[in-house]
Design a protein around this ligand. Structure first.
Ligand code: 531
Length: 363
């Protein structure tokens, strides 16, 4: 029976424990470049003891940014800005992952604390979002996207590939494709946003085509010995949940055949008309079902913040990793706290020596 603090191996990568830092947008970049904010923020998280630090949603192209403040990997100079950060995190003993993203019809937004809505079209800061169909999300993202041509679909797949190559070349070891949260891939997958009549729309096979083709293209450049993961919105909470779940599980089974190694189970957020049953660990039963029905290892996130509960999720083999987000913003030393209280571990077993040695010596 594994515990939260047993190492976890996937392909050639071994995490020191089963705690993963969930990708969390910082919206602090300019021109997609890593800066002092990111270096400090991620170093604190890595030094707190997590086994995996997943860098936030990083855009594969300029129009794929959620906001003007998102990180990017569409240029070599952006990769250069990531490289020392990756090295710092590795030295702190964590495996470094990254979430590659294209925001689709939710792109060109103000950062959450400045409205979280689309930037007005008249502003020079805004740009034209693209999506499978010219259908707006609604509510705070009501700008109508441009319906992608087949050339644009091919170009975005190529952008995912170039960004994956850059991530590989700077030593990132865990790649997560952002196929959730109402961003571009989810726009293709969901009939809320995909009204296409060509072979990228209509049937579930057609709506899954962009996701599978992007996966194939990335897998071809992402080393076989390194884990390739996707965060997938498997349910919308829009009233058609069992159907969406079954379709999503079939898609994931296909993705497994196409080389996907790990699923981060999440919510679709494809339409504002939903009632999400927010509550402690509410996505765990869905993640466990994906795990059982696909045989792939899984993680999930959302309101998982109690150490004992988290340990139980791993011990009961419902999840393979836990993605912790906001609790780590409140307390980057959450892994140390959990290790101490649950497993009577010494600080030196979780923290880097300059913290672990003194804390282990004088309790
Ligand atoms: C979802 C979220 C909602 C409320 C609290 C935390 C997170 N996200 C998902 C994001 C961006 C912003 C909001 C991404 O998937 C990039």
């Amino acid at each position: 029976m594994p515990t939260l603090f047993d190492p976890y191996s996937l392909k050639s990568v071994t995490l020191r424990n089963r705690i993963a830092v969930s990708p969390m947008c910082q919206y602090m970049a300019t021109d997609g470049l890593v800066n002092e904010w990111h270096r400090t923020h991620y170093a604190i998280l890595a030094r707190g003891g997590a086994g995996l630090v997943t860098l936030e949603a990083t855009a594969v192209s300029p129009e794929g940014r959620i906001t003007p403040r998102c990180l990017g990997l569409w240029q070599d100079k952006q990769a250069d800005s990531f490289a020392p950060l990756v090295e710092t995190l590795r030295q702190a003993g964590t495996v470094v992952g990254i979430q590659l993203a294209h925001a689709g019809r939710k792109a060109s937004a103000n950062v959450p604390w400045e409205g979280d809505d689309h930037i007005p079209e008249t502003s020079p800061e805004s740009w034209q979002p693209i999506a499978p169909s010219a259908v707006a999300f609604g509510q705070n993202r009501s700008r109508v996207p441009h319906a992608m041509t087949r050339e644009e679909i091919a170009r975005v797949k190529a952008d995912f590939v170039s960004a994956a190559e850059r991530a590989r070349d700077i030593g990132i070891q865990f790649l997560m494709l952002h196929f959730a949260h109402g961003y571009l891939a989810q726009n293709f997958w969901s009939s809320h946003s995909n009204h296409r009549t060509d072979n990228y729309g209509g049937t579930t096979e057609n709506r899954g085509r962009f996701l599978l083709e992007t996966l194939d293209a990335v897998r071809a450049v992402w080393p076989e010995h390194l884990p390739l993961c996707a965060r997938i919105g498997i349910i919308e909470f829009d009233g058609k949940d069992e159907e969406t779940l079954c379709d999503s599980i079939r898609l994931i089974q296909k993705m497994k055949e196409h080389g996907l190694d790990f699923v981060d189970v999440s919510v679709g957020f494809s339409t504002p008309e939903v009632s999400v049953p927010w509550g402690a660990a509410f996505m765990v039963p869905f993640a466990a079902r994906v795990r059982k029905e696909t045989g792939l290892p899984v993680a999930t996130s959302w309101y998982i913040n109690d150490g004992r509960q988290t340990d139980a999720l791993i011990r009961n083999e419902l999840l393979d990793l836990v993605m912790i987000g906001r609790p780590l913003l409140a307390n980057p030393f959450w892994p140390y706290e959990a290790a101490r209280t649950l497993h009577k571990k010494h600080a030196s077993q979780v923290l880097p020596p300059p913290y672990g040695w003194p804390l282990s010596r004088y309790h």
